[in-house]
Design a protein around this ligand. Structure first.
Ligand code: AHR
Length: 857
């Protein structure tokens, strides 16, 4: 590692020297003390590239730092074309030397962030400056020409909307006076010609050292990005001529540390049709006729109450089966069809439970193949008033694209038209697709996080996931639009999630919004910057507390009783509750988050609260999230990062320096960008580092878990599927091998390689753990090199263990079909077995009474 650091410093110094020379100075003596710094943003990439800098000594010749390097990115609004934009950037330094940056965001707010050094920025704030000026129905104001001037100990901020100037004042950039119209002439943003393009921004005078620091930062980021962009192609150049590598691995059976045995879990989010049309085994799409154009924000008018249905029927709302389920279908002398989710998959001779709320005339139900052949049939004879009716249908054939047909000669009303395979996971009613659930179960997950992800905090405050809407009789649940732009029936609700965890033997980890919706909300004014109004927060906090009562309370409590009524009188033994999901750590967030966390800690001190530290492994939200976590002494925080395989290869030591006295980490979402074997291996390698740091990392879950083909909104995922097939990725098998081979103790080890190149060193991972329950020793070896690796493993204190299982996963870097191959072999053979190029092996040494590895046992 030392060598690599020297190498980095050397490359970095060379780069900096080049930049320095190109910047126009010939020697150190010519360095100016002060220079002009131009802060600006551009329209490139829809204005999403953030804050840039250029410097000059004469106001004429400008040198871009980067150029286009982002020193600060706007986090306002959705990921769509208008969100995250920055324009009209104004920079001002206050009397305490703090820089304040204000910018326009294509909405009726002005954004603000502050920084000591222009590199590390504090949380962003969004000031609702036009709130009292714009009337509802008005077009979104475009805020232009933001300028700030200091006068009489306060700052007056001016801006222009529709040729009118407005202003507001502040002393601290936290509290602002009410916006007023301004009749004088306000200052203008500076304009600078940068390589032929006129850019608008602010010119300030700074020390030359500031420019040096900005340049160094930019170069360091560029260097890291280049290093992390490693690929099989660049690796093959890097390792030309490399012969196979030998590794002498010594595992010290007596030196161990306790680690978490919950390092592999599952992140479940209803994204990519993971719930309806996915894990939830319901085969009828839009069974309740509650799909709505608003599910897709009006972007598709076919996405309405009739979605997935065809034939002659009308939607009625008169006297519905439940107030939460207002729509139903009325069929008059005719036939209607439902095509399920891209066709209904049926298996020959398997039974399917059909149910429906119906009233009116007799009707027949048929399951038909796409060619029109009837595969199963039943008759339903409803009453004059709503009644739930059932039938069992047995399919005569295996097909993947059947449909359900309902025909009547009279008039009949139907709602909650449902078809479930009888064979669900653990044969649960209203259960889960067994093939998908079994695939998840095979990972041996120690916990399941649900219901997200972004789904948990939702698209605007009205879309925050409300667990209470998801329990009780199916027809009474409140469906909702999904932040991923489809429909959540809530058939897979909190009861089913808890039950799934119990069936898996995994800890439930519900994640609840911290009183703010997703910072990527497209729901404008109801977005992250405002949160749930404080006057409604007590009710929201109560919802969080009620969830714990629902899971754990005895059956005499209000919510414990509801759990019992749903068929589970025994508590679910909830131990963890996540508050917040990778939120933007704003003042609005912090106030609500602290309130919820404190309430849970006070009422349920035994519950382990998992906090949140933003969407990235660094930056403002990460730093601010950790600041609050330290202050609240949170037991665990949830970290998220999606990165390139190169990042995972280069950051295996990420947790080595974490302070063990602070919060533990739940790595709640991570994945390298891709489902090729190279990605899977980079993840396997990184996980050796996670196991080594299993004393500070408590849990980890790859994300997202599921994706239905044709409905993939987020790549990459762990398990792809369609109506009849499950397609685990190579990444899945890495998770599975870790999940099936966890440890309770990490055994200290040393690795000596025959090749001293640090790039070689970085691509070999070793982890040795011992499982308390079986006493087995588990060694994981990862080889991300294009050459074979010959290990020679010595374990001190191993005793006379003889048998091992040897599982290897190998393939080309591009491979997507590699599968683990398991062999039994003796320990000696396993300890010296050559690992093929690009491979991951797990050696499990079976404990015998003679095996004594660890005196702490
Ligand atoms: O895993 C997909 C999304 O990634 C999650 O919803 C969100 O938390 C993250 O940004």
């Amino acid at each position: 590692m030392k060598k690599s650091l020297q190498h980095h410093i050397l490359s970095f110094s060379v780069l900096f020297l080049i930049v320095f020379l190109f910047s126009g100075f010939k020697s150190k003596a010519e360095k100016p003390e002060k220079v002009y710094l131009f802060g600006y943003s551009t329209v490139k990439n829809n204005g999403k590239n953030g804050l840039h800098f250029a410097w000059s000594t004469d106001h004429k010749n400008w040198f871009g730092i980067g150029p286009e390097h982002s020193f600060l990115k706007s986090d306002y609004g959705s990921w769509g074309p208008t969100g995250k934009s920055m324009s009209e950037t104004f920079l001002i330094k206050d009397d305490n030397g703090i820089f304040h940056c204000l910018w326009s965001v294509k909405d009726d707010v002005i954004a603000h962030a502050s920084s000591k050094d222009l590199i590390n920025w504090k949380s962003q704030r969004y000031i609702p400056v036009m709130k009292n000026i714009t009337k509802s129905g008005d077009e979104k104001p475009v805020i232009q020409n933001i300028t700030v001037a200091k006068k009489d100990g306060q700052y007056s901020i001016h801006w222009i909307v529709n040729n009118k100037t407005y202003y507001s004042t502040t002393k601290d950039f936290k509290n602002y006076t009410e916006t007023k119209a301004y009749t004088g002439t306000s200052a203008k943003l500076a304009e600078v010609n940068l390589q032929g393009d006129i850019q608008k921004g602010t010119i300030t005078e700074v020390d030359w050292s500031t420019v040096e620091m900005l340049t160094k930062t930019m170069e360091a980021v560029k260097f890291k990005d280049k290093q992390n962009s490693t690929s099989p192609k660049s690796d093959s150049l890097l390792f030309t001529g490399l012969k196979s590598v030998k590794a002498q691995i010594t595992i010290n059976g007596q030196q161990s540390k306790k680690i978490s045995n919950m390092l592999t879990g599952v992140f479940f989010e209803d994204i990519n049709y993971a719930a309806d049309g996915g894990l939830y085994a319901e085969l009828i799409q839009n069974r309740d006729f509650e799909y709505a154009v608003s599910d897709k924000k009006g972007r598709d008018d076919k996405w309405n109450a009739t979605m997935a249905w065809s034939g002659d029927f009308k939607i009625s709302k008169e006297n519905p089966i439940h107030q939460n389920n207002p729509n139903y279908a009325v069929v008059t002398k005719g036939t209607i069809n439902n095509t399920g989710f891209d066709g209904i998959a049926l298996k020959a001779n398997e039974k399917y439970d059909f149910s429906v709320f119906a009233k009116g005339n007799k009707f027949t139900i048929k399951l038909k193949s796409s060619g029109g052949e009837t595969l199963a049939e039943a008759t339903i004879s409803p009453n004059a008033s709503w009644k739930k009716m059932n039938a069992v249908l047995k399919s005569s054939k295996t097909v993947t694209d059947a449909h359900l047909e309902i025909s009547t000669n009279g008039e009949t009303a139907v709602d909650m038209v449902s078809l479930f395979p009888q064979k669900t996971f653990k044969n649960r009613r209203n259960g889960l697709r067994s093939d998908l659930a079994e695939t998840i179960a095979d990972m041996h997950p120690k916990f399941v996080r649900f219901p997200g992800g972004c789904v948990a905090h939702g698209d605007g405050i009205h879309n925050i996931y409300k667990w209470k809407n998801t329990i009780g009789p199916l027809e009474s649940r409140i469906p909702s639009r999904n932040i991923w732009n489809y429909h959540q029936s809530m058939g897979l609700g909190y009861f089913e999630y808890f039950q799934f965890c119990e069936d898996l033997g995994a800890e439930p980890v519900p994640v609840l919004a911290a009183g703010v919706p997703c910072q990527n909300s497209s729901d404008g004014g109801a977005g992250q910057q405002f949160g749930i109004p404080m006057e409604d927060m007590d009710e929201y906090v109560q919802d969080v507390l009620d969830l714990i009562e629902y899971a754990n309370g005895n059956t005499t409590t209000v919510w414990g009783k509801k759990r019992a009524e749903a068929g589970h009188p025994k508590p679910f033994n909830l131990k963890y509750v996540g508050i917040g999901n990778e939120d933007l750590i704003s003042d609005v967030f912090e106030e609500r988050y602290r309130m919820i966390v404190k309430a849970v800690q006070q009422k349920y001190p035994e519950i382990i609260v998992i906090g949140t530290v933003g969407p990235f492994n660094e930056g403002t939200d990460y730093n601010e999230g950790w600041r609050i976590a330290n202050d609240l002494k949170l037991p665990i925080v949830d970290e998220h990062y999606y990165q390139s395989p190169g990042w995972f290869i280069n950051n295996q030591n990420f947790y080595d320096g974490y302070d063990r006295s602070k919060s533990k980490v739940y790595l709640g979402e991570y994945a390298s960008w891709g489902n090729k074997f190279y990605n899977a291996l980079a993840e396997a390698l990184y996980l050796t580092g996670i196991e080594r740091n299993g004393d500070v990392v408590a849990m980890a879950s790859y994300a997202p878990l599921l994706a239905r083909e044709k409905h993939v909104q987020w790549n990459t995922d762990l398990i792809y599927f369609n109506g009849h097939e499950v397609k685990p990725t190579v990444n899945y098998f890495v998770q599975q091998l870790y999940g099936q081979n966890p440890g309770d103790f990490y055994l200290q080890n040393t690795v000596k390689l025959s090749d001293s190149n640090n790039e070689v060193n970085k691509r070999i991972g070793v982890s040795a753990v011992q499982d308390k329950a079986t006493g087995d020793l588990i060694i994981k070896l990862v080889n991300v090199l294009p050459v074979a690796l010959t290990p020679s493993i010595a374990v001190t204190n191993l005793g006379t263990a003889e048998n091992a299982s040897y599982t290897v996963l190998s393939g080309t870097p591009e491979n997507t079909t590699a599968r683990p191959v398991v062999q039994k072999m003796n320990v000696k053979e396993a300890f010296s077995k050559e690992l093929p190029p690009y491979s991951f092996a797990v050696i499990r040494v079976k404990a015998t009474e003679k095996v004594l590895l660890n005196e702490t046992f």
